[in-house]
Write a protein that binds this ligand. Structure first.
Ligand code: FAD
Length: 410
């Protein structure tokens, strides 16, 4: 495995870093004090600049106006853009649109692509992904109550979803609904495109998450699908293949997430160090002189590098050997990096003391909103169980032999 960065990629990353530092981070105080809709005009201006620089849509297909970067290159981009909560949005590679673009690109019909994909890649519309239900465990999504029943040329959808991120203001949702109730559990659900203007698509509320309901792209909605009727041509991919397609989307998606989290780690550690060398704690002494702070810095730096190496190795395996060959690593990075991020952000916040609890730095925002990393896209426990199951499998097969044969030392 070779992670040498080409000159072209290095120049691109430097340009992006500069843009994040000089243009995007200065927008954060307004984002924290007001709302996303208040700063949308400024975001629009920055998006225009990004497009002029040829840096729009790093992960999106070239034929639709994106940069078409490889997974490993996009991982490096994600680390840079992740330093600000607005980074991915301003560069046109934000969740959940990025994942939905991938699904539409790989599974959409010609008609679906021309209606939705082009304007989605250009950032003219937004979308959302509606799978998790209020009453059933998102960790075991084959338990699903939402149905899509065929009626003539239509599907009629009924169900109650929540945590549909970015539904507020989205043009369409990709909804997971049971279309084949008699099939084996993993073959029961399908993905269906539902334009949000469809009668029966009822956005009940933007859920307050850690005390903040947000708006627009930065929100999570509860949605009632109430006799919501869409043409059968809105089926995305084959019927009954919803879970398979969702799995395909989640593999690379976890690389995007984890590298974004590493960007958050880097920003937090940078802030921690800046505070540590400037905060006087006793006459002629700053926080950075204390060994406990030095230990946090060293631990954070080492944890970030280890998490990064594991993530890049996983990206490499997905790219060169395929998603199935990288399943164990994908599980590992999901919980390893989420926990590294939580520790690093927490240490940085602690070093800032009372100031860390305010919105005068970005750390409290990270602390509130990135806690969810240990829950979405598979909770820590689910990934650990799945990984341990795979590791134990050959041992279980040989359990008797191990017991009878070699004793406890071999
Ligand atoms: C910020 C945020 C954004 C989200 N965005 C979206 C979105 O855009 N679209 C969407 O459809 N969903 C979204 N979700 C929902 C997310 O996918 C679910 O929250 C997640 O899958 C967990 O499901 P749950 O909340 O129902 O928890 P449950 O499934 O009820 O699990 C609760 C807890 O139980 C434990 N647990 C679960 N299974 C096991 C097990 N087998 N063994 C041991 N312990 C276990 C874990 O600790 C877990 O956290 C989002 C969630 C958050 C927080």
């Amino acid at each position: 495995m070779d992670f040498t960065v080409s000159d072209e990629t290095r120049v691109m990353l430097e340009l992006m870093e500069q843009f994040i530092q000089q243009e995007v981070i200065p927008l954060e105080p307004a984002f924290l004090k007001t709302s996303l809709s208040e700063i949308e005009p400024k975001i629009g201006t920055l998006r225009g600049k990004v497009k002029q620089m040829g840096l729009w849509g790093p992960a999106q297909p070239k034929e639709y106006g994106g940069m078409g970067l490889s997974l490993t290159d996009f991982a490096l981009v994600s680390e840079v853009l992740g330093k600000s909560p607005l980074g991915h949005y301003i560069f046109g590679c934000h969740a959940p649109d990025a994942g939905n673009i991938e699904i539409l690109h790989d599974h959409g019909t010609h008609e679906q692509k021309s209606r939705w994909l082009e304007s989605l890649v250009r950032g003219e519309i937004r979308s959302c992904f509606s799978m998790t239900e209020v009453e059933l465990p998102g960790s075991n999504p084959v338990m699903m109550d939402t149905t899509a029943i065929k009626d003539g040329d239509d599907y009629v959808i009924n169900g109650q979803k929540w945590y549909t991120t970015s539904a507020d203001g989205a043009a369409f949702a990709i909804v997971m609904a049971v279309t084949n109730p008699e099939a084996p559990p993993h073959k029961r659900a399908s993905m269906i495109i539902v334009p949000t203007e469809t009668p029966g698509f009822d956005l009940v509320r933007n859920i307050a998450v850690m005390g903040h309901a947000g708006d627009g792209w930065f929100s999570h909605a509860e949605i009632l699908y109430h006799s919501c009727r869409v043409p059968r041509s809105n089926l995305l991919g084959p019927e009954g293949e919803g879970f398979r397609i969702a799995q395909e989307r989640l593999g690379p998606g976890r690389i995007h997430h984890t590298m974004r989290w590493l960007g958050i780690c880097r920003r937090s550690l940078d802030l921690l160090c800046k505070r540590a060398v400037t905060r006087t704690i006793a006459p002629d002494q700053v926080l950075a002189d204390r060994e406990i702070i030095q230990a946090w810095i060293a631990e954070s730096a080492a944890e970030i590098e280890a998490a990064r190496a594991l993530t890049l190795q996983t990206a490499w395996r997905i790219e060169h050997l395929g998603w199935k060959e990288a399943r164990q690593e994908v599980s590992m990075i999901k919980f390893v990096v989420a926990n590294v991020m939580q520790r690093v952000v927490d240490r940085a916040l602690q070093v800032f003391g009372g100031l860390g609890m305010t919105d005068d730095t970005i750390l409290a925002f990270f602390h509130r909103h990135e806690r969810a990393a240990r829950i979405y896209d598979g909770a820590d426990e689910v990934h650990k169980l799945s990984l341990a199951r795979k590791i134990l499998k050959p041992y279980r097969v040989r359990a008797e032999e191990i017991k009878e044969g070699s004793g406890v030392f071999r």
